[in-house]
Design a protein around this ligand. Structure first.
Ligand code: G3P
Length: 228
């Protein structure tokens, strides 16, 4: 079941944020990802794994999967100790990045600079926003996507779709009036949370603990997207 507006508009996106959980990053990242090589992804859906920057090099071991980084800086190659350039990520086959996550906030100027560089370089930025005001501010810069995530719900068991339905509708209107995709996240655990987000006007979700910390991450992700 694909929602009609999404057939007309574009693909539905599911970003699985691996964060810096022990079982999904560092020396465990590759083992975490291996089962997903067998994931059957419906044609109307993109499943994308957001890797911690220390793990982006393993993307080339999983050519059947799609990846973004959890962060990128607005610098190019050069004397930038500890920073991550769009160019380096592109050279590693990474097509985009989340920025401004509630756990990795940037100044508004850095958000703007990064979106502008990314748009010049054909790199897909998903800007996390904590409020409708931020959605309005950053969607005007034409990023690839906005992700609305109320910080107080991140990692919890109350889904953004049940706690903030009116804000999803509001932010969806803002983003779509500017032809920017809207994802939503925080507290999403079940398929009903996901399908509700689509009904409310989102183009997809960001999910972390609901998949990564579940007893069977493959089965959990599969149950979200199967027969979508
Ligand atoms: O980036 C997604 C994330 O912040 C949501 O986390 O654990 O509530 O799905 P979680």
């Amino acid at each position: 079941m694909i929602f009609k507006s999404h057939i007309e508009l574009k693909q539905i996106t599911v970003i699985v944020n691996l964060k810096h959980y022990n079982n999904s990053s560092g020396s465990n990242a590759a083992n975490f990802l291996k089962p997903f090589r067998n994931l059957s992804i419906p044609s109307g859906c993109d499943v994308v794994f957001a890797l911690n920057p220390i793990d982006v090099r393993i993307a080339s071991d999983f050519p059947e999967l799609e990846f973004v980084s959890q962060h990128v800086d607005s610098v190019s190659y050069g004397a930038h100790t500890g920073q991550i350039s769009i160019e380096a990520l592109k050279d590693l086959g990474i097509k985009g990045s989340i920025i401004n996550h509630s756990e990795r906030r940037l100044t508004p100027d850095k958000v703007r600079e990064t979106i502008e560089r990314a748009n010049e370089l054909g790199f897909q930025i998903t800007v996390c926003c904590e409020s409708p005001a931020e959605v309005a501010q950053f969607s005007s810069l034409q990023p690839h996507a906005i992700a609305y995530e109320p910080p107080e719900l991140i990692g919890g068991n109350v889904s953004v779709t049940s706690a903030r339905p009116e804000i999803i509708q509001e932010t969806s209107d803002i983003c779509h009036s500017r032809s920017v995709r809207l994802l939503v996240g925080a507290g999403i655990k079940k398929r009903e949370d996901f399908t509700r987000s689509l009904e409310l006007g989102a183009d997809g979700i960001l999910i972390a603990s609901g998949v990564v910390l579940s007893s069977n991450p493959f089965d959990t992700l599969n149950s979200l997207i199967v027969n979508l």
